[in-house]
Design a protein around this ligand. Sequence first.
Ligand SMILES: [Zn+2]
Length: 342
Amino acid sequence: MKKLLPTSTAGSLPKPGWLAEPEKLWSPWKLEGEDLVAGKQDALRLAVEDQRQAGIDIIGDGEQTRQHFVTTFIEHLSGVDFEKRETVRIRNRYDASVPTVVGAVARPKPVFVDDARYLRAQTDQPIKWTLPGPMTMIDTLYDAHYRSREKLAWEFATILNQEARELEAAGVDIIQFDEPAFNVFFEEANDWGIATLEKAAEGLKCETAVHICYGYGIKANTDWKKSLGSEWRQYEQTFPNLQKSIIDIISLECHHSRVPMDLIELIRGKKVMVGAIDVASDTIETPEEVADTLRRALQFVDADKLYPSTNCGMAPLSRSVARGKLNALGAGAQIVRDELAA
Ligand SMILES: [Zn+2]
């Protein structure tokens, strides 16, 4: 990126009310068949337009073509039975009824490549595409086949790498893997989680990112955050190994979180997507608040490596709040850009 402080979102944006019920995760589609295909593309174009109007530099699809950031990818794979469900504990936090791995997992055909091509056709700006990371994928399934979290993660890493290579060929500039599970299963992350992430990113010539957060602003997550004490030092566990990894960009949560800002020092040398927008609150940040978070981050990350972003996806918010937050992000980054240029 030539532009200083290029802005982007972590990934998801709210969907229009005519496409899916708003302010809800896993919200069912309101259209079907060809109408649904066209509706998703229209929503994607609106998401691009909202980002463009807010002055966002790296454009995403707002995840308008998927119901959920993990589930939708898995739905396209073979070896997973969505009818056969078991209750498991997700990220050690809440119980959910999840599909079962019943055989060898594979990707019969590309999942998001057509959508990425469609996004590419909408803008000349750099585009970013999000995929779930291997460890976060295994955490949303019951595995009756491999019976090994590590084995299943390696299988998913291979599949993700196939998808990522095709996304790159479709013109994606940054491929981001979402790994909120890294903030929970530190030992596994360090033993094999980061290695499987690198496998997913293997051989890519485009830039790669990993997004590690404290989740959407849903109740299970906000309750969990209340239990984490006054300082959230989870990043401390995985950052040293991520610093040594092949991943180019680390996306993390900062604004309104209790993450000590100096933990960013642990990934010195990497590009850092700094979350300057709180996704767990409907209060829209002022540009000055965004600028303040970015200024504090600049103590620990070089200006040419600072990528202002949101703490996490904004899917569960209302569209007007999300739009306000996008505008604040764009305006706040501009304040600091001007200061750096002065
Ligand atoms: Zn997130």
